[in-house]
Design a protein around this ligand. Structure first.
Ligand code: AMP
Ligand code: GLY
Length: 425
C-alpha cells in the first residue's frame, strides 16, 4: 500500500522511515520531504504544498493512508479536505485542532472539564492586561493568541518584561484584528512531553519523552523548537503516568467527544510536573513533537502503519485500547544540529558532510536539508537530529555525540548536554 506523510521536518522523516518498515507498505510519499527522505529507499518526495492538489495526488495514487506532521496543515483543515474527498487521513479536524491553534479555546476547554492547568485570564486590551499584571505575582507568563499567534510565549521575570510582551501583541500602533493575550500563572517544576494516539474515543499512550527548548547548554539563550530529546522521561514515573492519563488525557478526549468535536490524531500534552509528582498541562499540541518523535519512533517496535490504520478504522469491535505497543527497553536520545544563525535567521546552503552509514542503533533524521547537485545542504533552522539507542542515557548520549562530532557544516550549532536532566535523576 501507499502512504502519504505531510511535512518536511525531522518528525516527518522519522514518521516516513518508520511507516515504510511495515511489510504492508510499498511506498511512502513525503510532501515536501527533505534531503533525508529523498535518499531513503521506498520514500519519494512530492513537491506539492497546496492541500487540495495534495488530495488530488492522493486520489490519483490510491494512497491508503495520509499522516499529517505539522500543525499548520491541520489548522488549515487538511483533514476536513481529505475526508470530504473520501480519503483516509490520521489527524484532527480543523475544529478539533483548536486545542493547539487557539490558546484561548484550549484554556476555556480545560476550565470546563476541570483539567489541571495554570490559572489564566484572556485580554484584548493592552491597558487591562497591564493592570492585571500589576496586581499579579511574578514570574508571569504572557502568550499571544488568535491572529497574533507566532509572537509566542514570554515567561516574564519582571512586570516590565510582561508589559513589553503585552505591547508587542496589543500595544502601540494598530494590533492585528482578533489579537489577544493569555496571561498565565507561572508553573514551577520539570517539563515532559506526553503523546497519545486517539481515534476520537479510545486512547493509546506512546512512550514518554523530554525535549530541550533553549538554544544553549544549561538551558540558556532563546527558545527554539527543540534542540534535542530523549525517551523515556524518568520524571514520568508510573504514578505520574497514571495521573496524567486520568486527570488530563482521558478527560480531554472524553470532553472533546462530549462537545461534539471528537479529537482523532496524535495529541501531545506538554506537562509541568511539580516536586510532588503533580502534573499540570502547559499546553496541548494537536500533532507529534519535534524532535521528541525521533527518539520515540526509534524505540517503537510495533508496526506504526497497522496502528494508524487501526486508529482510522473506527471499528467498535476493535477498541484502540486493545492494541499493545512494543517498545525497545533501551533509551533513545536525539541531538539536533542547527544551522548558523538559528533561531533568528538560519543560513541556507551550507554543505553537510560526514553523515554516517546506516546502523541499527544510530539514525540521522534530516529536517532542514535539501539536495543541491546531489549533495545535502542546509535549508532550514534545525538541520539534523542525530538519534541513538543505548542501554542507558549515558550510553545513548555517547553514541549520538560520536556521530555528531563527525558531521560538519559551516556554523553548525548543537547543545552538548542533551539528556542532562535524565542523568541527574
Ligand atoms: P507553549 O508555547 O505554551 O508551549 O510555551 C512554551 C514554553 O514556555 C513551555 O514549553 C514552557 O517552557 C514555558 N511555559 C509556558 N507556559 C508556562 C507556564 N504557565 N509556567 C511556566 N512555564 C511556561
Ligand atoms: N518540541 C516541542 C514541540 O514539538 O512542540
Amino acid at each position: 500500500m501507499k502512504v502519504l506523510v505531510i511535512g518536511g521536518g525531522g518528525r516527518e522523516h522519522a514518521l516516513a522511515w518508520k511507516l515504510v518498515r511495515s511489510p504492508r507498505v510499498q511506498t511512502v510519499f513525503v510532501a515536501p520531504g527533505n534531503a533525508g527522505t529523498a535518499a531513503e529507499p521506498h520514500l519519494k518526495n512530492v513537491a506539492i504544498a497546496d492541500l487540495d492538489r495534495l488530495a488530488d495526488f492522493a486520489l490519483a495514487e490510491k494512497v491508503a493512508l495520509t499522516v499529517v506532521g505539522p500543525e499548520a496543515a491541520l489548522a488549515a483543515g487538511v483533514v476536513d479536505i481529505f475526508r470530504a474527498r473520501g480519503l483516509r487521513i490520521f489527524g484532527p479536524t480543523k475544529e478539533a485542532a483548536q486545542l493547539e491553534s487557539s490558546k484561548a479555546f484550549a484554556k476555556a476547554f480545560m476550565k470546563r472539564h476541570a483539567i489541571p492547568t495554570a490559572g489564566y485570564e484572556v485580554f484584548d486590551s493592552a491597558a487591562a492586561a497591564r493592570a492585571y499584571v500589576d496586581a499579579a505575582p511574578v514570574p508571569i507568563v504572557v502568550k499571544a493568541d488568535g491572529l497574533a499567534a507566532g509572537k509566542g510565549v514570554v515567561v516574564a521575570a519582571s512586570r516590565e518584561e510582561a508589559h513589553a510582551a503585552i505591547d508587542a501583541t496589543l500595544g502601540k500602533g494598530r494590533p492585528a484584528k482578533g489579537a489577544r493575550v493569555v496571561i498565565e500563572e507561572f508553573l514551577e517544576g520539570e517539563e515532559a512531553s506526553f503523546m497519545v494516539v486517539s481515534d476520537g474515543r479510545g486512547v493509546l499512550p506512546l512512550a514518554t519523552s523530554q525535549d530541550h527548548k533553549r538554544i544553549g547548554d544549561g538551558d540558556t539563550g532563546p527558545n527554539t523548537g527543540g534542540m534535542g530529546a530523549y525517551s523515556p522521561a524518568p520524571v514520568v514515573t508510573p504514578n505520574v503516568h497514571a495521573r496524567v492519563m486520568h486527570e488530563i488525557v482521558l478527560p480531554t478526549i472524553e470532553g472533546m467527544a462530549a462537545e461534539g468535536i471528537p479529537f482523532s490524531g496524535f495529541l501531545y500534552a506538554g506537562l509541568m510536573i511539580d516536586g510532588h509528582g503533580v502534573p499540570k498541562t502547559v499546553e496541548f499540541n494537536c500533532r507529534l513533537g519535534d524532535p521528541e518523535t525521533q527518539p520515540i519512533l526509534m524505540r517503537l517496535k510495533s508496526d506504526l502503519f497497522d496502528l494508524l490504520m487501526h486508529a482510522t478504522a473506527h471499528d467498535p469491535a476493535q477498541p484502540l485500547e486493545d492494541v499493545e505497543l512494543q517498545w525497545d527497553r533501551r533509551v533513545a536520545l536525539g541531538v539536533v544540529m542547527a544551522a548558523s544563525g538559528y533561531p533568528a535567521e538560519p543560513r541556507r546552503g551550507d554543505i553537510v558532510t560526514g553523515l554516517p552509514a546506516e546502523s541499527e542503533d544510530v539514525k540521522v533524521f534530516h529536517a532542514g536539508t535539501e539536495l543541491r547537485d546531489g549533495q545535502p545542504v542546509t535549508a532550514g533552522g534545525r538541520v539534523l537530529c542525530v538519534t541513538a539507542l543505548g542501554d542507558s542515557t549515558r550510553l545513548a548520549q555517547q553514541r549520538a555525540y560520536e556521530v555528531v562530532r563527525n558531521i560538519s557544516f559551516a556554523g553548525a550549532q548543537y547543545r552538548h548536554d542533551i539528556g542532562q536532566r535524565a542523568l541527574k535523576r
